[in-house]
Design a protein around this ligand. Sequence first.
Ligand SMILES: *[C@@H]1O[C@H](CO)[C@@H](O)[C@H](O)[C@H]1NC(C)=O
Length: 315
Amino acid sequence: MANTQISSLCLAIFLLDLANGAVNWNGNNWAMKCDFNGNNLSNVKISSDKCGGKCAETSGCTHFTWTNYNGGTCWMKSGNVSPNDAFETSDSSMVCGYMETSGGGGGGGSQSGKTTRYWDCCKPSCSWNDKAAVTRPVKSCAKNGIDVLGVNEKSGCDGGPSYTCNNQIPFVGGNNVAYGFAAANIPGSNERGWCCACYELTFTSGPVNGQKMVVQVTNTGGDLGANHFDLQIPGGGVGIFNGCQSQWNAPANGWGDRYGGVSSIEGCNDLPAAIREGCKWRFVWFKNADNPTMTFRPVTCPSELTSKSGCIRTQ
Ligand SMILES: *[C@@H]1O[C@H](CO)[C@@H](O)[C@H](O)[C@H]1NC(C)=O
């Protein structure tokens, strides 16, 4: 998980653990080869990757252990707990973890959130220097959406020449997992924590219920609520700024509605061909879902995304 962010809270926990020579949290709020004593609340037969999410949605669950008992059991636990209460086991299949108490965007467990969509053509905020510790800021492009511009070029939404690059559209990869980019707001964290971080979203409502999408965060927005991911989907609405007017000669309110965008796959034909496939994705893989809810968890960024954004977190 080298690319996930380490909030100062998690860093402090990590250092404490080093001092104890105990569980290696690695900047996350879950770890391998560890267990918590007692405090069992309930258990469910489920795979280890779903145990943290199950705890998060179970009332009273504050921490958990997963063991391979009975083909795989998630033991949900209650009560006040500190990461230091976890202990190392010799069983390498075991997983344990704890819930962040206050939202904690830096953690590794799964949390629930909501999505919206947009494509405003503007230079993404993580395209500026010094937003986070990264190999380079997110690529932003000239009007053609292809030529990568220098990081100090002003946004097309601010009278400058810099816009969203065409290849930062959503697409479908192997195993029917979708990939894309998003603006996000995660309480307890900030751009230093989330710029270029990747998250696996599992949609929990609408026609995409159960489908997974991995996004890299390239942007933020003052209009975003808590645990809110605004998915970058061409023709998904140009929002407040509408940089698409100066970049692509889009209508004053963008393609379709200013918020929400086009309402059918045919409407995608009004978009420039260079980003049209990203618009159609919404009506195919995304099944025209309208702002579905989801659970999300930090994941190591796949090269499918970093090869497009150019941005990899270095801590
Ligand atoms: C409580 O949870 C642990 C895992 O932490 C499990 O091994 C144990 O069997 C559980 N005990 C009971 C009584 O359910």
